[in-house]
Design a protein around this ligand. Structure first.
Ligand SMILES: Cc1cc2nc3c(=O)[nH]c(=O)nc-3n(C[C@H](O)[C@H](O)[C@H](O)COP(=O)(O)O)c2cc1C
Length: 305
């Protein structure tokens, strides 16, 4: 699970950390640990068509954990088996997603912070179903007055989880406000810190609080090399346009041109953020449906011959 000294992880980001993005990340950070986008246990076990996009063969992907979500302990175990067979190096259980469809209506994700009994049953079922390690990813708690993450992580450890990631916000905070982590409490399994970690100084800050590793989320958007810089395996690329072009090619190969070009628009916005004329660039990118035209525009924007 931990292939690098600093125990650096790329966070799961639904709609973003797909295979093409992970391929780009891996070029900059060959030894980082990565986590897939969250995958529904129902989709996996019932083989929903739309699941193909989230379900890869992980054997060639290095150190990668597959993240599942759901509220049915049996299906979670079955889903874990499918992902272990597909080459995931460990299974991560989502216990922090605040999206109402997941946390309120399905009783999964962040809801499990309110139902520790069910959380424990799910962890036990997943641990029993696979031979690879199992982790959980959770938040401080449901809201400001219910911050019982330490209890949940103790339960996870008792149920056989090998490590946990803690995002220093509550479910009620969503992704806003500051992530605040206290000194790492005394817990029986390694704890990876997550939330607002953007550079090596932030990693050192959470290490000084006693955490065993750090997980980087939104800081990777438009700058996937950040994780390699933190791991000490790359410098900032000389021309970001070359990264964007490579990423676009990977997306088109994976999803096809029709879906891939619109999917790349958000990445184009992140790669170009803060650069002169980026607003006009974004407007033009959003009008393009043809891959060759998009490549031409990227080359023009970043002055690539
Ligand atoms: C667009 C988006 C998608 C996310 N998808 C997932 C997910 O699939 N599974 C998960 O556990 N967390 C997910 N998260 C939460 C992140 O993994 C991370 O915990 C959070 O962004 C805090 O880290 P950061 O401040 O470094 O971004 C998502 C966050 C964002 C912004």
């Amino acid at each position: 699970m931990f292939d690098n000294d600093k125990k650096i992880f790329a966070a799961p980001l639904a709609g973003i950390t797909d295979k093409p993005f992970r391929t780009i990340l891996r070029e900059f950070a060959p030894y980082a640990s990565m986590v897939t986008e969250m995958i529904s246990c129902h989709s996996l076990v019932e083989q929903h068509k739309n699941c193909i996009r989230n379900f890869d063969n992980y054997a060639d992907e290095g150190n990668i954990g597959a993240q599942i979500f759901g509220a049915d302990s049996y299906l979670m175990g079955e889903a874990a088996k499918i992902l272990a067979d597909a080459g995931a190096k460990w299974i991560d259980i989502n216990m922090g997603c605040p999206v109402p469809k997941v946390a309120t209506r399905s009783g999964a994700g962040a809801h499990l912070m309110r139902d520790h009994k069910l959380a424990g049953e799910i962890i036990q079922s997943v641990v029993k179903s696979v031979k690879i390690p199992v982790s959980i990813k959770t938040r401080l708690g449901w809201d400001e007055s219910h911050q019982d993450w330490i209890d949940l992580i103790r339960i996870a450890a008792d149920c056989g989880a090998s490590f946990a990631t803690i995002h220093g916000r509550t479910r009620a905070q969503g992704y806003s406000g500051q992530s605040t982590l206290p000194n790492k409490p005394d817990l029986p399994i390694p704890i990876i810190a997550n939330g607002d970690i953007k550079n090596l100084a932030d990693v050192e800050r959470v290490q000084n609080l006693g955490y065993d590793g750090a997980m980087i989320g939104r800081a990777m958007l438009g700058q996937p090399w950040i994780i390699g810089q933190i791991c000490g395996t790359c410098d900032k690329p000389e021309n970001i346009g070359n990264v964007a072009l490579k990423h676009l090619d990977l997306i088109i190969n994976y999803y096809g041109e029709k879906s891939g070009v619109p999917m790349f628009r958000k990445h184009a916005a992140w790669y170009s953020a803060g650069m002169p004329n980026s607003a006009q660039f974004r407007i033009r990118v959003n009008q393009i449906t043809d891959a060759e035209q998009l490549k031409y525009l990227i080359k023009e924007f970043w002055s690539i011959n």
